[in-house]
Design a binder for this molecule. Sequence first.
Ligand SMILES: [Zn+2]
Length: 257
Amino acid sequence: MNQLEYLRRAVEAGKLSHAYLFTGNDGELQEEAALFLLRHLLCEGREKPCSSCRQCRIVSSRTHPDVSWVVLQEGAKEISIEQVRELRHTLSFTPYEAPLKTAVIPQAHLMNEEAQAALLKTFEEPRGRTLLLLLSTSPGSLLAPLRSRTQEVPFWKFPRVLSESKEAETELRSLSAALYVDRFRFAKEHEARAAELVRSWLVATRSRMLQELTRQGMSSRLQYLRKLAGLLQEMERQLGRSGVNARLILERVLLEL
Ligand SMILES: [Zn+2]
């Protein structure tokens, strides 16, 4: 289950925590996840999030009156205590149109210590229903008591999935031109996706073979593709077994390119 699915289920079960900390190496992905969660929570459509109802639209355009965004002000290096005080003030009001007041703080690690301490107070005072989303690529800079009061959800961005045969083909071609040291690095970095890669390479190689066949009959290129497809098929089979070393399998393919 991925993180969005996890959040979706929490919304649907009415079991959302009142504070989340989205971590990982990609700030944009964290913001997308925050928008997804808020749309899902506030959507008035049948299929949530519908992305087209008024609630979804004003969440996405960041103009929802009950969603506060605390962002770094122009020219500033830190998110200030004044900004957090203002947020606390805003959160103390009854929501205008949503069932709860929410706040998103991208780059939460840019809050200075005073600001973080002020935010911590929101956890200590009695309040109505609120949802706080802290986003940070550097959560180690957050005060421990603040971190411990949030539920952490990691968002890591992985390389693009090679689902399209054309993309896989381009990938194969550039790998076949790469130095062995770079191919080994690729194998090391992508071993977790070995099965997916081998599968997409096999699909790409087969489609390339068909094109070669219709074009010029037997050729050395076709023989190469046939051999490669055979190897990929064998590696795909091996990857299906348990306890195999995916990295070695990727390396074996990359050496044959
Ligand atoms: Zn909607």
